[in-house]
Design a protein around this ligand. Structure first.
Ligand code: KIV
Ligand code: NA
Length: 268
């Protein structure tokens, strides 16, 4: 099957909802692929897979390794890889160089980068030179150290206007779609109505053109805490703990393995 492209996603504006989940590994990508329009290799992998407190320490090498893994499992969905903190903010040339490295080494369809009006020039530079860009405005986790923490934005008029201006600038720069993270419904609705690119919300209401969740959150695999915007479609962490407990008990009691799991010597 031929995978969806960023052009396919772009054309979904105002039509069918864009379905997106994060994926970081080949087996998970294989399971999610048929159900998603977009698989995002998010830098959330720093927190979800590596136990980091923020995404700030995620590197190009980590994103490329997991991008390759997801590409091995994706047959139908469009695959986008996050550009990690520090790999694109310095200049449009740095951004282009690193975006090309990600695309060439993973074979993915495009990159995502965080930023609003301040990144518009960079996004235009990339998109006009063959690098599809997925924008990301609103709550921008890579900015945690200057933003003073993670919190939903858009409650004040000033915040709402900034997010709207950011989305407008990113759309005009040529982003094929834009993630809106952590904002109130009226802001997401107004942005969605005013830009030609699909908006993909996370904690940004049903007013967006599509939705994205972190797969480990929606599977209940990451259960340290649950933000309001997460819905758990499965509750896997307790099942993993229970399986480990049962295995440990059976090994200690000599109940595993049984004959069923044991190689019998060949009859000669
Ligand atoms: O890194 C990530 O998983 C993301 C999505 C949640 C949008 O950026
Ligand atoms: Na991200």
């Amino acid at each position: 099957m031929k995978r969806k492209t960023t052009t396919t996603i772009r054309a979904m504006k105002g039509g069918e909802k864009v379905v997106c989940l994060t994926a970081y590994t080949t087996p998970m990508a294989r399971m999610l692929d048929a159900h998603c329009d977009l698989l995002l290799v998010g830098d959330s992998l720093g927190m979800v897979l590596y136990g980091m407190e923020t995404t700030v320490s995620v590197t190009m090498d980590m994103m490329i390794a997991h991008g390759k893994a997801v590409m091995r499992g994706a047959e139908a969905a469009c695959v986008i890889v996050d550009m990690p903190f520090g790999s694109y903010q310095e200049s449009k040339e740095q951004a282009f160089r690193n975006a090309v490295r990600i695309m060439q080494e993973t074979g993915c369809d495009g990159v995502k980068l965080e930023g609003g009006a301040e990144m518009a020039e960079t996004i235009a530079f990339l998109t006009s030179r063959g690098v599809p860009v997925f924008g990301h405005v609103g709550l921008m986790p890579q900015m945690v150290n200057t933003a003073g923490g993670f919190r939903a934005l858009g409650h004040t008029d000033a915040e709402a206007e900034k997010i709207s201006r950011d989305a407008q600038a990113v759309a005009e720069a040529g982003a094929f779609a834009i993630v809106i993270e952590g904002t109130v419904e009226p802001v997401a609705r107004a942005i969605t109505a005013s830009i030609p690119a699909p908006t993909v919300g996370i904690g940004a209401s049903a007013a967006c053109d599509g939705q994205v969740l972190v797969c480990d959150d929606m599977l209940g695999l990451f259960d340290a805490f649950k933000p309001r915007f997460v819905k758990r479609y499965a509750d896997l962490a307790p099942q993993v703990r229970q399986a480990a407990e049962e295995y440990a008990r059976e090994v200690r009691a000599g109940q595993f393995p049984t004959q069923e799991h044991t190689f019998a010597p060949r009859k000669s």
